[in-house]
Design a protein around this ligand. Structure first.
Ligand code: AMP
Ligand code: ZN
Length: 114
């Protein structure tokens, strides 16, 4: 989508600190990190949110989770633990309407979220 921020990152029109890229998924550091490790995992193709992406393309849903697991290993948080977040819709607090998983780690995270 031409007016989508993360599609612009996929195209390279907006710079990002990319940590993983395949022909189907991409991961880059969040511009406003909420933890020592805060990486966003997105599909290359535009989907409005993670559940929609998984419903439209179940393999892609699995690929997003696999990419998140690979990021956790690469960022050194797989052993200490981390949190995957898919904010979805207005009440979910989603602000960018291109599917993304947050990979958060590197410190103890509180629960429940606000
Ligand atoms: P959400 O609120 O779940 O939709 O998450 C969107 C995330 O995108 C937020 O954590 C933002 O900090 C992050 N973000 C916004 N613009 C950029 C950007 N240009 N590069 C990297 N992350 C971004
Ligand atoms: Zn998009």
């Amino acid at each position: 989508m031409s007016d989508c921020l993360f599609c612009a990152i996929v195209r390279g029109d907006i710079p990002a600190d990319v940590v993983l890229r395949t022909d189907r998924v991409m991961a880059f550091r969040d511009i406003t990190p909420q933890a020592p490790v805060h990486v966003l995992v997105i599909p290359v193709d535009h989907h409005p949110d993670v559940p929609s992406a998984a419903l439209a393309d179940p393999v892609l849903g699995a690929e997003l989770l696999q990419a998140a697991a690979q990021v956790a290993v690469a960022e050194g948080v797989a052993d200490t633990g981390y949190r995957l977040v898919a904010n979805t819709g207005s009440h979910g607090g989603q602000t960018v309407h291109h599917a993304h998983l947050h990979v958060l780690g590197g410190r103890g995270l509180t629960w429940p979220p606000g």
